[in-house]
Each structure stands twice: as structure tokens, then as C-alpha cells.
Design a protein around this ligand. Structure first.
Ligand code: MN
Length: 164
């Protein structure tokens, strides 16, 4: 710090920051070296249950690379409603902390409608009982936030049913 009476003071400090080029997605290569997409889920319908808009935008950006159709619900009841209205939802990506009805109860209701649909929970806290409770609710698997694009897509591919 430099200070001069009558003139003012000059403060110098450093802040450690990390520059990230582009958006988070470009950090991950989700295509093969010849540019072919690794995941081709054209004609697949995926219901994303997520109440946080920026989280949803992120998931949408990741899933857009797969050419799948994305449906979005922000609350438990609207997820159930959308699931009832769309018979051919192939996979559900379920946020646990959502308004009105939590992800566990919403999963239970969805599985009453179609016991075969794979529901993958997005759990917020690695140390909590979220994972265990997700499986108890009937989720086929879980992924912890913050979600890495490739981890998510690899996990989803395990459960996306083979159709056609
Ligand atoms: Mn949430």
C-alpha cells in the first residue's frame, strides 16, 4: 500500500483466479477424434427434473450433443404431469431438491406409472444420505453435483433402453 497525504492511497493485491476458456462444455471432448459424436440418442426422450434454471441450461447444453429430445420439469408435481402426458420417456434425470414434492417422492410416483423407466438421481451432497435414499426410492443410479458432462453421459448410456 502506498499512501500520500492529500493525494490518497494506492492498494495493490493479487487475487488467484483461473481462466476457463469457453464454456464448461468445451473442457470436455465428447466426440471422437474424427469428430463423430460419441452419444447418439436421436429419437430418445429425456425428462430433466431440475428447479435451478442455470443447472438446467447446463444439462440442456450437455444433452444437446446427444440429439435427444429434452423435456423439462421444475417441480415434482409438474414432472409427474409431464411423465403422464408423454408415454415414451426413455430416461429421467431427477434432481432431489425440488419444490413441492422432493425427488424421492416424485421418483416413487413416476415409477408407479412406469416401473421400467430408469431414473437417475442428481444428488447434491456427496456425504449425505441422498444416494442411499435415491436408491430406496427406486432410482437406478445417482450422480453427484457438480456434474461432469462425460460422467453424466457415460452413466446415462448404461441405462438408456435399447429401443426400435
Ligand atoms: Mn434443486
Amino acid at each position: 500500500m502506498d499512501s500520500e497525504i492529500g493525494k490518497g492511497s494506492e492498494f495493490k493485491f493479487t487475487i488467484p483466479i483461473r481462466y476457463v476458456k469457453g464454456n464448461a462444455l468445451t473442457q470436455y471432448d465428447i466426440s471422437t477424434s474424427n469428430g463423430k459424436d460419441l452419444f447418439d440418442w436421436k429419437d430418445y426422450n429425456i425428462l430433466v427434473v431440475e428447479d435451478n434454471v442455470s443447472n438446467f441450461e447446463f444439462l440442456k447444453a450437455v444433452l444437446s450433443k446427444t440429439k435427444s429430445n429434452i423435456l423439462w420439469a421444475e417441480t415434482g408435481p409438474s414432472a409427474i404431469e409431464i411423465f403422464k402426458e408423454n408415454e415414451n420417456i426413455h430416461l429421467v434425470l431427477m434432481d432431489i431438491q425440488i419444490p413441492e414434492l422432493d425427488g424421492y417422492e416424485t421418483t416413487r410416483e413416476i415409477l408407479k406409472i412406469n416401473p421400467d423407466v430408469p431414473v437417475i438421481a442428481q444428488t447434491a451432497f456427496a456425504m449425505s444420505r441422498d444416494r442411499e435414499k435415491s436408491l430406496e426410492a427406486g432410482c437406478i443410479d445417482y450422480i453427484s453435483k457438480p456434474i461432469k458432462p462425460l460422467d453424466l453421459l457415460n452413466l446415462m448410456e448404461r441405462y438408456i433402453p435399447v429401443v426400435k
